[in-house]
Structures are given as C-alpha cells and as structure tokens.
Design a protein around this ligand. Structure first.
Ligand code: AMP
Ligand code: GLY
Length: 423
C-alpha cells in the first residue's frame, strides 16, 4: 500500500518511522518532509497548506492512505478535501479539529459536558476583557482562541501584565486572527502530563503517557517553545490518575464531540495538569504531540497502519493497543537563539552513527539536504531519542547520543527528565 504523510517536523519523522515498519506498506511519500524523512520516504515539494496540490498528488499516485500530522491543515479541513475526492485520510475532519482550533470551543464543550478544566471566561472585545481583569485574582492565564504555534498562552502575574497581554493578543494581533477572541482562565498548579489517544468516532484507546518541556532553558526558564524534550512514560501518571481520567475525561470528550454532531476520528492529545483537586484538562490537540510522538511511537508495539485504519473504519474496539514495558527520552537539539532568532544552514555531522541502531533514534525536525550535506534548517533541528529499561537509563542513553551529532550553534537543555528523580 502507498502512504502519504503531510508535515515536515520531528513528529512526522516519528510517524514515518512507524509507517515504514508496517508490513503492509510498500511506498511512503511525504509532503514536504525533511532530510531525515527523506531516508524513509520520497519527499515531494508540496506545502502542508497546499490542499489542491496534495489532493491532486494523492489521486495521481493512487495513495491508499494520507496521514495528516500537523494542526494547521487539520483545522483548515484537509481531511474533508481528501475525502471529497474519494481518498482515505487519517485525522479529524474540520468540524472535529476545532477541538484544537478554537480554545473557546473546547472550553465551552468541557463546561457543557462537565469535563474537569480550569474556570474561564471568553471575550471578543478587549474593553470587556480589561473590565473583567480589574476584579480578577492573579496569576491569571490569557489564551488566544486560535492556533498560535503553542505560543498563544500568557501567564500574567498582575493587572499590568494582563493589560499588556490583552493588547498583544487582541489589539496588536501578535498571533494574527487567533487573537480575535480571548479566553481568560484560572491559573492552575501541578505537574503536567500529555496523554495521546487514538479515536474512531466512538471508541478511544489511550497511549502511554509522556511529558514535554516547553520552556527554552534549563530549570523551565526562558520563553515557551514548541517543546525542548520529552520522556515517556510519566511516573506521575499513576493508576489513580488514569482511573480518574477514564471516568471523567477521555470517553466523556469523545462522547461530547459525537453528541455535538462532530464525531472525532484521529488523535486526541490531552494536555493534563495534575492539580491537588485532581486532573484537569489544560488543552486538547487534534494530532500527535511534537516531541511527544518521538517518545511514544518508538514504544508502540502495534502496526500503526492497522490502528489508523481501525480509526477510520470505526473498528478501534477490535485493536489491542500495546506498548513496550520500557522508557524513552527525547532531547531536542536546537539552534542557539531559538525560539527568537537563530542562524541556519550549518552542516550536521555524525548522523550515520544512528544507522542500524534500534534503541537510538535521530528524528529530524528542521533539516535540509544541500548537495551531499544535511544542514540545519530551523529552530528545532533534531530530536535525539533513546530507549532504556527505565527512565534513568533512557535519559542516560539519550544524552550520550546527543554527543554523536555536531553542528555549529547546537543548543539543548540539560535537564530533560530531571523530574523523574523526584518520582
Ligand atoms: P496550552 O497551549 O493550553 O497547553 O498552554 C501552554 C502551557 O501554558 C501549558 O503547557 C501550561 O504550562 C501553561 N498553562 C496553560 N493553561 C494553564 C492554566 N490554566 N494554569 C496554569 N498554566 C497553564
Ligand atoms: N509538545 C506539545 C505539542 O505538540 O503541542
């Protein structure tokens, strides 16, 4: 069978790695892909938002399954367009991807169906938001309603910061039209954990847990990024937490979407905070996490194509989803200066060291082939993932493997997975 993957990051490389392991797959294409994905798939120079070209390509090549990895094309309705052309696609339709595409929608859904989340108010006008903030207690959280590359969330310590935040989001439109509406949310404290799941419209099967590190610098300092590293499983995701989420969050979300006439098929990513009062949903994403996919997928025992097809066909109840009884850690190698300003185009050396390894993985995020070289081409460059019998071993292995690769301006956090020492 022929598979097309849409996207170009570390997540799509991890998906391509899993797809390449499937016995049912003969040929993989990726639009647009990157240098690492190019080792497993044929990359085609079509952007993830070029829907007409993607549909035309999938028809021409008689693609059997298109996997949409990224949020923007999902929220924009790429799956609907593929289906309208008679093609099979994995991912939610536009009316379901809104679960990620609009924070106001997801908050209203959780309120209506009593899914535990932070208290909130929604505003379409800056004046009303400011009026409300005058009487609010701090810290407080401001969220741009729409997609903002994971950067549309501001935690404000006082009214002054909140005023600046409202101005940045709603007036200066720092996140574009994502800031046409604003969600103002109660500030929660606790450990964060990501749980990804496969969903077929009615059945949900959760994957092993993971934790991201969103800030740029050690000790969770610095600006928010797309994610600087992950580990899986999270030792804080206990049986009790799992039990609570099964009772109050996972199936409840799938049922709520179905009840709203927006059946969700694809991946639901639950961003949870484990508060003193119990787990709360911080956010939903409608796709694999990046770099959560890089630690979750290498531990999955199932054939990913079988699981994805079961989601599309509404037969997920027949799948016995299984993960290896080990751990994985991913350390992102970034360009110094990310997420603000950084140089690109430096030659990456040492990549061949990962060939033939089955416990060490080098997932490419921002890389490009130039002649015979592979060069840096983004803020997040590579995701170095290693497995180990437990989290400590996996972390040791991952940090060791970060030394195999060199490039100018290489930057990483040194404390990915440090929290596991406290578990
Ligand atoms: P989100 O994009 O909604 O996941 O938000 C990005 C990050 O902001 C989360 O990973 C949290 O660290 C933080 N955050 C979001 N909502 C809240 C909240 N209600 N209370 C405290 N921190 C939050
Ligand atoms: N790592 C967080 C995300 O993919 O949204």
């Amino acid at each position: 069978m022929k598979v097309l993957i849409v996207g170009s990051g570390g997540r799509e490389h991890a998906i391509a790695y899993s797809v390449a392991k499937s016995k049912r797959v003969d040929k993989i294409y990726c639009a647009p892909g990157n240098a690492g994905i190019g080792l497993l798939a044929q990359c085609v120079p079509i952007g993830a938002m070029e829907f007409d070209k993607i549909v035309a390509f999938a028809k021409e090549k008689e693609i059997d399954l298109t996997i949409v990895g990224m949020d923007d094309p999902l929220v924009g309705g790429l799956v609907d367009e593929l289906e309208a052309a008679g093609l099979r696609a994995f991912g939610p339709r536009k009316n379901a991807a809104i679960l990620e595409g609009s924070k106001a929608f997801s908050k209203d859904l959780m309120k209506k169906y009593q899914i535990p989340t932070a208290a909130y108010e929604t505003f379409d006008c800056a004046e009303k938001a400011l009026e409300y903030l005058k009487t609010a207690s701090f810290p407080i959280v401001l969220k741009a309603d729409g997609l903002a590359l994971g950067k549309g969330v501001l935690i404000c310590q006082d009214l002054g910061q909140a005023r600046d935040g409202v101005k940045a989001i709603m007036e200066d439109k720092q996140f574009g039209s994502a800031g046409n509406r604003l969600v103002v949310e109660e500030f929660l404290t606790g450990r964060e954990v990501s749980v990804l799941s496969y969903v077929d419209g009615k059945t949900i099967k959760t994957m092993t847990s993971a934790q991201d590190h969103k800030r740029a610098k050690d000790g969770d300092e610095g600006l928010n990024t797309g994610g600087m590293g992950t580990f899986s499983p999270s030792p804080f995701y206990t049986k009790e937490v799992d039990q609570f989420c099964r009772e109050h969050i996972y199936q409840a979300t799938v049922d709520a979407m179905a009840a709203e006439g927006r059946p969700f098929k694809g991946i639901i990513f639950f961003g949870l905070m484990l508060t003193e009062k119990g787990p709360r949903v911080l956010e939903y994403n409608a796709r694999f996490g990046d770099p959560e996919a890089q630690v979750v997928l290498p531990r999955m025992k199932n054939d990913i194509i079988e699981v994805m097809e079961a989601c599309i066909d509404g037969k997920l109840d027949q799948i016995d989803l299984q993960f290896e009884d080990n751990a994985a850690v991913c350390v992102v190698l970034a360009s110094e200066g990310y997420p603000v300003k950084y140089e690109k185009g430096f030659v990456i050396k040492g990549l061949e060291r990962f060939e033939g390894e089955d416990c060490y993985f080098c997932f490419h995020a921002g890389t490009k082939k130039v002649g015979d070289d592979i060069v840096t081409n983004g803020g997040r460059v590579l995701g170095i993932t290693a497995k180990g019998r437990d989290l400590k071993q996996a972390r040791e292995n991952a940090y060791q493997a970060t030394q195999w690769v060199t490039f100018e301006n290489k930057y990483m956090r040194h404390d990915i997975g440090k929290a596991i020492d406290e578990a």
